[in-house]
Design a protein around this ligand. Sequence first.
Ligand code: NAP
Length: 487
Amino acid sequence: MFTLSNLSLFQTRAFINGEWCDADTQKTFVVKNPATGEVVAQVADLGIAETRRAITAAAHAQIAWAQKTAKERSHLLRSWFDLVMHHQDDLAQILTLEQGKPLAEARGEIAYGASYIEWFSEEAKRIYGDVIAPPSADQRILVIKHPVGVVAAITPWNFPCAMLARKIAPALAAGCTIVAKPAAETPLSALALAVLAQQAGIPAGVINIVTGPDSATIGAELTGNPLVRKLSFTGSTAVGKQLIQQCAADVKRITLELGGNAPFIVFDDADLDAAVAGAMASKFRNAGQTCVCANRFYVHRAIYADFTEKFIAAMQTLSVGNGMDANVDIGPLISAKAVNKVKALVDDAIEKGAHIAYQVLLDPIQTASGHFYPPSLLVDVASDSALTQQEIFGPVAALIAFDTDEEVIRLANNTEFGLASYCYTRDAKRIKHLSDTLEVGMLGINTGIISNEMAPFGGIKQSGWGREGSHYSIDDYINLKYLCERF
Ligand code: NAP
């Protein structure tokens, strides 16, 4: 049941310069509940003119925002964090309604997203400069830090709250202002966050949310407008590459969090129960629609049968359904198109020799909706199956047997992506070797959950540039200025 205790959080208009705005054309677009296909909102459908106004507002607001003390910015971010946590249940309901994930996961995402706001409210006060030893005695070298300026943020539908919070919080902490465009599938969470930011006292123009399904047009303005000094994008590698080209015209700074293809490696000395628990958490969170989801399971041949048996036993507890219902573990996928993509990848794997070792049964209504995919375990997957090279983005675990460490490292690195990876082993020497040789930005060692606000989240190769979270990521929102003084 959808019952908000604070109805003002359910906003359908865009947020520009502290005001809630309809589109100039009065046009709206539809947001649907992926579990039922029902229309849940009609949201303002913005274009170039409104996006330009948002950017201009952010540029004006940035001057005063940067002049606030770090402590003032810190307090405002902290108030925002407190409000987000106070409204966690309402925000989770809005998130589930538009995205489909189970309510418990949605509550977790709100807390996870809020943790970035809390973290950067603290980091705001710790943006230090440097004094560097000069080459001659009559000199002094200082390094001071300035905010980059207006930031554009573009975020995907799989974590509608957290992906946005991970960008807005460090930007504001550094003294930047922001124009954010959430995915058209999930604009309501972003707008609800903006309601609370306004309530927290964050000044007009510091956060602007532009909504609309014409992402190419809005994106062209965000990347082409010279007032925008930086783009932070989370989404697919294909769109990321296009945005790099668009930002090249005026050499905008860019942070990119792109696609992944995480290997999950289980060695023959692993604690199998722990490995299965990690596999379940990594694979089935958000119905397999995360960039750090285990995409390929490499399991040592000596324990392959045991691991498969335990994995099936764990999967037998999974329940699929509407995320709003109690005790649901796996919700719908975001769209029928996403379901069809998963089907095609599974068909390809089966053609190349894979078998379905276990599949959760869907009920007839779920099947007819076309929005659910049954959690499935594929065994005997060939290493040249398409799903070893593409993100599955669905609740399908694909198992591949391996024999040697060198073989599995070669297979794991055989991808254009380099985001997350996981390994289960008790051998310290092997852990050191994997840490040195796996081509990724993040490695979970005997754990399937790696993301938190204190750690640098991000990838290498075609998985992106820069990091989000941790003390490292604030640098993405800062320009260094070196002062050379002579006395
Ligand atoms: P997507 O198609 O690239 O969309 C992401 C965002 O970009 C959406 O807001 C989308 O808007 C917008 N967009 C699409 N085309 C655009 C264009 N030409 N110009 C400007 N903006 C444009 O990705 P997705 O399928 O929604 O999201 C899943 C992808 O995100 C996966 O590859 C996943 O791995 C990746 N991801 C990465 C991370 C990470 O931290 N590395 C985290 C989460 C997700 P519309 O939806 O309104 O078109």
